[in-house]
Design a binder for this molecule. Structure first.
Ligand code: GUN
Ligand code: ZN
Length: 672
């Protein structure tokens, strides 16, 4: 196994790709090196890995001889990992090449390439299905043949299938089951050149969804920094750029938000060495060769800076915010962003549960983010009550601010005015008048998470988010729909006037005297709600159903620990409001949750290490609850479902199942 995943956000990952010439941190950009005429030392500008074309070398007697005698690293004067392409691109441009698949594989191995490529057929977009199918068959044949032809060479196998997502899926699944080291996604260059980013989303998602999560993916020919963030968020790890030099030849300067023509510039666009040293006039007055080199330097600088920014965003958990910013650079990128909503469910599986940064709403597209989808799904884990009280959003955390007001009904509280009158919604599923003491769910209604029962309002990201106070129409409609869904769970709905106005709600209403309500805020209820939401319906009762005591922070007044007598059950983490278990808590949860829920099953070899509290490596995991997400509290068990330890998943279940290297679970404590 040559790939390890270190950090995740959305479907993006920071990984380590291991090659014979060293390790590369991904996402990575591979500058394209022309084997005959390279004049720029790309290593100086940040390249850790490069890509060149073995067919160009193969076709040129002089280059071929040198490559065979001295190796490709000497030929192109680069001592790091080198990827080579096979001539497929020439095939797609010229329609014909004179080398066979087997020959080019063997040649790449002979010249000492780190990662070679088979001779796939880059079927263009929008062709007839028959052609795409026929060419795909050849691509798959050649993939198999490449595996037989190689000895130790690491290999790319390219996903093809034109603009047919189901052919892309079929191809990805087929080659994904074979033992390739890297999975490029091919034949997207014509789409990128024509700004068909929306179609690129369909192709990449169909491919990634069916590729093994344990291998890196290379979006072939995507060299403009405008698309890097989007592609990474969809699960792409590698990019190649011939664009840095091709754009420079045309006097075009790349930026993450578009391209500038030198002829239009009166100011240089960035703060790189070139942009700070020269003015546009300086560049314009230079000889073509010198100007081109300088612009290429700028283009490389900007491209690598964007890759670094993306890696930081993954660690921060703000990748989707970056994608939303970048996709506002061009209307067709916005199309691509909007198309992502068709893949929210898939993205949610890979998106970590808890992140280091707050959720920022940047526009209606944010409403389709996986965090919101997940929250609305998880609401169904909460126990049913008879009535709900819907409240407008106050400052976060809502409960702290609302609690005072609501427990003081009937008194003169200035903030009560903000709530306005209260009404009961008519015509719900039952019309019976409930007893005023019936259990009630106080719920805040807000953008972007819709409805937030006050018991769970401190769980990430329900408290860790920001959105504008002036609502857009999409948000109003979105929340309206959620309210309509949500209130079906209750026999009686009480709603504040302020909320009706804020979201233009048009229910049939009858007056309701809020003074009759006496709200109780019960910490013992609250901790059960949190556990249900975090783990599963009933987990709260299983963990905290005994006579527990709650310890609060003296400084913040927030719940910190839950004990049974002297024994700690769980700690509520201040940063994200979720429970971290103790061994007692883990035991109770293990007893309650049926196998395989929340389980990571390890083999007998690693059982002693797990019991010692050592972290769990992916290769020791023999079974797993397929619903486990990254950054979730999990139970570590052996084959007999004996509880060995508990900890936090670093990856999701699909990744843990598929990966053979790296950590899967950070163990918190072992059972000895
Ligand atoms: N470079 C750009 N697109 C492609 C492709 O589809 N296949 C190969 N092998 N190289 C490419
Ligand atoms: Zn610059």
């Amino acid at each position: 196994m040559n790939f390890e995943i270190k950090y995740k956000d959305a479907m993006g990952r920071i990984g380590i790709l291991k090659t014979p010439h060293g390790n590369v941190k991904t996402p990575a950009l591979m500058p394209v090196i022309h084997p005959g005429k390279q004049t720029i030392d790309v290593k100086k500008y940040g390249a850790d890995i490069v890509i060149t074309n073995s067919y160009i070398i193969y076709k040129n007697e002089e280059l071929k001889k040198k490559a065979l005698e001295e190796g490709i690293h000497n030929l192109i004067n680069f001592d790091g990992p080198i990827v080579t392409d096979s001539g497929s691109f020439q095939l797609s441009v010229y329609g014909d090449i004179d080398v066979t698949n087997k020959e080019i594989i063997e040649f790449q191995e002979k010249i000492g390439t780190d990662i070679g490529t088979s001779l796939d057929i880059p079927t263009p977009p929008y062709v007839k299905r028959e052609r795409a199918e026929k060419e795909l068959e050849i691509t798959l044949e050649r993939a198999k043949e490449a595996l037989d032809a190689r000895e130790n060479l690491m290999l790319n196998s390219v996903v093809q299938g034109s603009t047919f997502p189901n052919l892309r899926a079929k191809c990805a699944e087929a080659i994904g089951q074979m033992d390739f080291e890297v999975y490029p996604i091919g034949a997207v260059v014509p789409l990128l050149e024509n700004y068909k980013y929306k179609d690129v989303v369909d192709i990449v998602m169909a491919s990634v969804a069916n590729l093994p999560p344990s291998r890196p993916r290379h979006l072939m020919g995507a060299g403009h920094p405008m698309v890097f963030a989007l592609a990474v968020a969809m699960g792409c790890d590698l990019f190649d750029s011939a664009a840095y030099i091709l754009y420079a030849q045309d006097d075009r300067l790349m930026m993450p938000n578009g391209t500038y023509k030198l002829q239009d510039l009166s100011e240089m666009p960035c703060s790189c060495e070139v942009c700070t040293k020269y003015t546009p006039n300086d560049l314009r007055s230079m000889k073509k060769e010198q100007r081109m080199k300088l612009i290429a330097q700028h283009n490389l600088h900007v491209s690598f800076a964007e890759i670094r920014k993306i890696r930081q965003a993954i660690i921060d958990g703000s990748l989707l915010e970056l994608v939303e910013q970048r996709c506002r650079a061009h209307p067709y990128l916005l199309d691509a962003l909007r198309n992502l909503k068709n893949y929210t469910e898939l993205m949610e599986e890979y998106d970590p549960e808890y992140k280091n940064s707050a959720f920022f709403y940047s526009g209606p597209e944010s409403l389709d983010r996986p965090e919101i989808f997940r929250h609305l799904n998880r609401l169904s884990r909460l126990p049913q009550k008879n009535r709900v009280l819907l409240l407008p959003s106050f400052k976060k955390p809502y409960s702290k601010n609302i609690q005072n007001i609501l427990t003081n009904f009937g008194r003169d509280e200035p903030d009560l005015e903000r709530l306005g009158n209260f009404y009961k919604i008519k015509n719900l599923k039952t019309e019976n008048n409930l007893d005023i003491d019936e259990p009630l769910q106080a719920t805040v209604v807000d953008v972007p998470f819709g409805v937030i029962p006050l018991e769970i309002d401190e769980i990430y990201p329900l408290a860790q988010n920001e959105s504008p106070s002036l609502l857009d129409e999409d948000s109003k409609k979105f929340v309206k729909n959620i309210i309509n869904e949500y209130i079906n769970n209750f026999n009686e709905v009480i709603i504040s006037e302020s909320l009706i106005k804020r979201f233009d709600l048009d229910f049939q209403l009858e007056n309701f005297n809020i003074d009759e309500l006496r709200l109780q805020f019960d910490d013992k209820e609250k901790i059960k709600y949190i556990a249900d939401y975090q783990f599963s319906t009933g987990a709260g009762e299983a963990l905290f159903g005994t006579d527990v005591s709650i310890v609060k922070s003296r400084k913040t007044g927030k719940i910190r620990h839950v004990y049974d007598g002297e024994d700690l059950i769980a700690t509520l983490r201040a940063s994200d409001g979720i429970f971290v278990l103790s061994m007692l808590g883990a035991k109770r949860l293990h007893e309650f949750l049926e196998y395989p829920k929340s389980r990571v099953v390890v083999n007998s070899d690693s059982e002693p290490f797990a019991r010692e509290g050592k972290s769990i490596f992916a290769k020791f995991v023999i079974d797993i609850d397929i619903n486990i997400r990254a950054n979730e509290e999990v139970l570590i068990v052996n084959e007999n479902d004996d509880l060995l330890a508990f900890g936090k998943s670093i990856l999701n279940a699909h990744e843990i199942k598929d990966l053979k290297t790296g950590q899967a679970v950070k163990t918190r404590k072992g059972g000895k």
